[in-house]
Ligand binder design. Structure first.
Ligand SMILES: Cc1cc2nc3c(=O)[nH]c(=O)nc-3n(C[C@H](O)[C@H](O)[C@H](O)COP(=O)(O)OP(=O)(O)OC[C@H]3O[C@@H](n4cnc5c(N)ncnc54)[C@H](O)[C@@H]3O)c2cc1C
Length: 588
């Protein structure tokens, strides 16, 4: 198969390179003679994908922003350009190769509890703070601001995912913090800054702050009700002393944390800063850093609270319902990260396959490779469409009860499914690069190690699917809003109509079991959530996506005409059309 469209032309004319030019470029990339050391001439190696715009090359993201947040287009495009430069890519590599270092004590034995980072980590996180990925919707109260932020986040996570953890937690903490209006007023002015200040000094002396979250303890992360960390009230104030630990506390150099601890009334949410209001170091002791599979630029720690000062947030005993607003926003970010990892994997795979030859043809022109790439492109586009829809619901829910109800259940569905799809997708994309994809100098190993994490964070797979059932049982409005959304797509495609009818009946049976027998139906939660995610994605694709992608998605994902691995699209799927679109969009 020959891709006739120029693979590196780009929407909006940022760069246009014809197929002929690509051939010329490849020709000039290949040294004609042995190099100075006498090594053999390098042939058929692909040059790194740099100098492309992560935003303009992503047609789905561009049209979403045009539709709902056109005011942010310039900023998003500028960040897309920056993150495609060799320099910003280098920051990502260096931040992961030079991992954070914990200093528990100073040379005299005093507690220091500081984590030091490589300068490139600071460059990466400063870029995200300057782009307000940690606060945009709260500062820029315009229609589409969650979506605009989601587009920025989608690109930041493609370049360097680790730093997005504190960025996400800072964005997410705001709605929960507002349960304590005085405290929120005091801290929001610092959270709303667009200046990154890495100094370990009291927040009041800083130009900007970041926030984290501490819920997970040794005895349980999913079941936070098992938390044993204790909070003791100081006199009759809303101030407390916290004694206990957190088994996972990421980004411990954040300026403050929302944490959970037990009071006499039960699990309660607290605001725990690194420095006390009187300017002393809080008794927040970092025991050690986790040695993690991936996400290595980000420090994740174990901490002990030795009578640490904290301020109550919300009502005593209502900790989960207070912090859940934060968790909902970080779940949105997990869904964004899943889509981002798939997008970056696809982009790298397409780039490689368009420039590498095997058996006399470019890989992208080999029929079986084109099947794999097209399949990856379908999955990535469906993922982006779903995360965009979810982000839009975060915007719309402020003024629309229906959207609020939709957002409630769609957050869990999208979080589960996009995080679940990412590891398999990235693994397949990695293989498209052959041996080079397995080597650290490519970004692929980093994407691959990152991919499983989002599914563990903020409610692991099972916990999230059980949350879908909880929404069904306790918030019927969320099911109604979801079904309304699904019905929108059925008008365009009768196959989708039959699929949605089947889901409706599965949901009713599951709901009956749930209501008649507490815990009944739980075993079906993953199956149901997956079906709902696929139906949502299909509906979004028929309404907003390219017709050939929507058709292929419905045939393969809903119609069972697909294997268990990527690259098993049936003959009826228009691979040429799909790859033309994917390669055309990519840009360079
Ligand atoms: C790199 C990293 C950074 C982290 N950073 C933070 C942080 O900053 N703050 C923080 O609070 N936490 C953090 N976490 C912790 C994370 O949120 C927890 O690991 C997660 O919530 C799961 O909790 P757990 O590890 O205790 O596993 P468990 O709760 O023991 O769960 C183990 C498995 O059992 C499943 N399971 C649990 N309950 C059920 C059930 N009822 N039915 C079926 N299956 C079930 C879960 O889905 C999971 O697959 C981090 C984790 C990692 C890996």
């Amino acid at each position: 198969m020959l891709i006739r469209c120029p693979p590196w032309s780009i929407i909006d004319g940022v760069m246009t390179v014809s197929t002929k030019q690509i051939d010329q470029r490849q020709a000039t990339d290949v040294p004609k003679r042995a190099d100075a050391t006498g090594n053999q001439a390098i042939q058929n190696q692909v040059t790194a994908l740099t100098g492309y715009n992560l935003f303009l090359s992503d047609r789905t993201l561009v049209s979403a922003v045009e539709r709902d947040a056109a005011w942010a287009r310039e900023q998003i495009s500028e960040l897309g350009r920056l993150l495609g430069t060799a320099e910003a890519q280098r920051w990502g590599f260096e931040a992961n190769e030079n991992t954070p270092v914990l200093h528990t004590h100073d040379r005299y034995g005093n507690r220091r509890d500081e984590v030091l980072f490589h300068p490139s980590y600071h460059h990466v996180i400063r870029t995200s703070v300057e782009n307000r990925i940690h606060n945009l919707p709260w500062v820029e109260k315009r229609a589409g601001s969650h979506l605009a932020r989601a587009a920025l986040m989608m690109m930041a996570a493609q370049n360097e995912a680790g730093h997005t953890c504190p960025i996400s937690m800072t964005y997410a903490c705001v709605p929960a913090l507002r349960r304590e209006p005085d405290l929120a007023r005091q801290w929001e002015s610092m959270i709303f800054s667009d200046m990154y200040d890495a100094r370990f000094i009291p927040a009041t002396e800083k130009t900007g702050v970041l926030l984290g979250m501490g819920m997970t303890e040794k005895q349980g992360g999913s079941d936070v009700r098992a938390n044993i960390t204790q909070a003791e009230r100081i006199g009759s104030s809303r101030e407390y002393l916290i004694t206990g630990h957190k088994w996972f506390c990421s980004a411990p150099m954040c300026d403050a944390f929302l944490i959970l601890a037990q009071t006499a009334k039960g699990l309660t949410c607290f605001f725990l800063p690194r420095w006390t209001p009187t300017g002393e170091r809080n008794k927040f002791h970092i025991q050690r850093l986790k040695d993690k599979l991936g996400n290595r630029s980000n420090a994740s720690s174990e901490v002990e609270f030795a009578g640490a000062w904290a301020h109550l947030v919300g009502e005593e005993g209502r900790g989960v319902s207070t912090i859940i607003e934060m968790v909902n926003h970080t779940r949105l970010d997990c869904a964004i990260a899943g889509a981002a990892l798939m997008r970056q994997g696809l982009v790298q795979a397409l780039h490689h396959a368009a420039h590498r030859k095997a058996f006399g043809k470019r890989l992208i022109d080999q029929p079986l490779m084109s099947n794999v790439l097209a399949d990856l492109a379908i999955e990535s586009e469906a993922a982006t469409q779903l995360m965009v829809r979810l982000a839009r619901s975060f915007d719309a829910r402020e003024s629309d009860e229906r959207e609020r109800a939709f957002c409630r259940i769609a957050t869990a569905i999208a979080k589960y499914w996009l995080c679940k799809r990412a590891p398999a997708h990235v693994g397949e994309a990695l293989e498209c690069l052959g041996g080079n994809g397995y080597v650290e100098e490519s970004i692929m190993p980093r994407l691959y190690r990152e991919a499983p994490l989002n599914s563990i964070w903020e409610g692991s797979g099972n916990v999230i699917c059980l949350d879908v059932l909880r929404a069904m049982a306790k918030e019927p409005a969320s099911v109604e809003a979801l079904m309304d959304e699904l019905r929108l797509g059925t008008k365009y495609d009768t196959r989708l109509g039959s699929y949605v009818s089947q889901i409706q009946s599965d949901m009713s049976s599951c709901l009956k079991l749930l209501l008649s027998n507490g815990g009944g139906g739980e075993g079906q939660a993953r199956r149901l959530t997956e079906q709902l995610a696929l139906a949502l994605q299909a509906g979004l694709l028929v309404r907003h996506g390219a017709p050939e992608i929507a058709d292929a998605f419905i045939v393969t994902r809903l119609g069972n005409k697909h294997g268990r691995a990527f690259g098993t699209l049936p003959p009826q799927v228009d691979l040429d059309g799909m790859l033309e679109r994917a390669a055309h969009d990519l840009g360079a």
